[in-house]
Design a protein around this ligand. Structure first.
Ligand code: ADP
Ligand code: TRP
Length: 339
């Protein structure tokens, strides 16, 4: 697609994990040459946890996680020469558009948001940030004018809502200003399971972190929940979390061998776990080295974020000014009445 714009973001809420990599980062790396690529740190989205009654905000940890997301992007192959990397909270244009979009929407529309529904289901009072989360995400996508959004399955609903918001705005203004973005989900890795069998997520503490030290990774892998199949009995690869990880990390041929051994009772869960530790550390060897090198290199991260700041600021300002114009809000500092 000519002028294809691709966007995605990750929240600084914990360690980057296998689900983040296979759900989105690997797609970014694969798509870097097929359009203009924009990846960002979704730090404003990460604040939505602050409304929990017992939450305390640790700003140092927040900064650390933010730094970690950016260096993880780079370590895992996002190439700053091809891809624009930016920090969401640096651009107030996005939050202004979030307010404008909020005014177009009914309360009911946002009650379908899965994070909002989850909070209600857990009998928690949902925070306003959680409620408005999909609107901020729509602003991220639509302000840029992105057409493609590579994400895991959990984000598909948000992209659908962004499409709906684009339609509402276009109808309101009788324009076709916002094009409708499409999610891009890789079927095989749309939902990477966590070590407890639920979806892998930073919020469930069930992740395989990519950049933790070896002892931690080993501990987590050896602690993966399995059924009670005794050694010597067949294991069904399609029903085994360890196998699903091995399938992602090994070549097709090597994984075929492992699956065969499972089916014939020739390998135990313990052996599978040992194999997974090796495959995991081998697969992420280079990335882990680069990530370690960037640990104390915040000036590199600063330079990286500075590289496209001006360009993004201009792009966002221009697009927001168009929106302001369409709504009769005027352009800040350049008021011209009744043009
Ligand atoms: P988390 O759920 O761990 O907090 P984020 O919400 O920051 O992760 O997700 C960042 C990106 O990684 C999103 O595109 C999301 O869809 C993807 N992702 C997160 N967890 C998984 C998973 N278990 N499987 C596939 N993709 C995932
Ligand atoms: N909500 C996404 C997540 O939790 C992060 C995100 C924020 C995002 N804005 C986005 C992803 C825009 C893609 C496009 O994973």
């Amino acid at each position: 697609m000519a002028n294809r714009k691709i966007i995605t973001g990750i929240k600084p809420t914990g360690s980057i994990h296998l689900g983040n990599y296979f759900g989105t980062i690997r797609q970014i790396v694969d798509l870097q040459d097929s359009g203009e690529m924009f990846v960002f740190l979704a730090d404003l989205h990460a604040l939505t946890g602050c409304s929990d009654a017992d939450s305390r905000h640790d700003s140092n940890l927040f900064e650390k996680y933010s730094h970690d997301v950016i260096r993880a992007y780079v370590a895992l192959g996002v190439d700053p020469k091809k891809t624009v990397i930016y920090r969401q909270s640096e651009f107030p244009q996005i939050t202004e558009l979030t307010w404008i979009f909020s005014c177009l929407l009914k309360h009911q529309f946002l009650t379908i948001g899965h994070a909002y529904k989850d909070a209600l289901q857990q009998e928690k009072e949902p925070g306003l940030g959680v409620f408005l989360y999909p609107v901020l995400m729509a602003a991220d996508i639509l302000l840029l004018g992105a057409n493609t959004v590579p994400v895991g399955k959990d984000q598909v609903q948000h992209v659908e809502m962004a499409r709906e918001i684009a339609r509402k705005f276009n109808m309101l203004t009788e324009t076709r200003y916002f094009s409708e973005p499409q999610e891009q989900v890789v079927k095989e890795t749309a939902v990477v399971p966590g070590i407890d069998g639920r979806k892998m997520s930073k919020s469930y503490d069930n992740v395989l972190p990519i950049f933790a030290d070896e002892t931690e990774i080993r501990k987590r892998i050896m602690g993966i929940t399995t059924d009670s199949t005794p050694a010597g009995q067949p294991i069904r690869p399609d029903n085994c979390t360890i196998c699903s990880y091995l399938e992602l990390l090994l070549s097709r041929e090597k994984y075929g061998d492992v699956a065969n051994k499972c089916l014939h009772g020739k390998i135990s869960y313990k052996e599978l776990k040992e194999m997974l530790v090796d495959a995991y550390l081998d697969y992420f060897k280079d990335a882990r080295e680069t990530y370690a090198k960037l640990e104390n290199n915040s000036s590199y991260i600063d330079r990286l974020l500075g590289q496209h700041r001006k360009k993004m600021d201009t792009l966002f300002t221009d697009r927001l000014n168009e929106v302001r114009r369409m709504l009769g809000l005027g352009i800040p500092h350049k008021q011209k009445w009744f043009r």
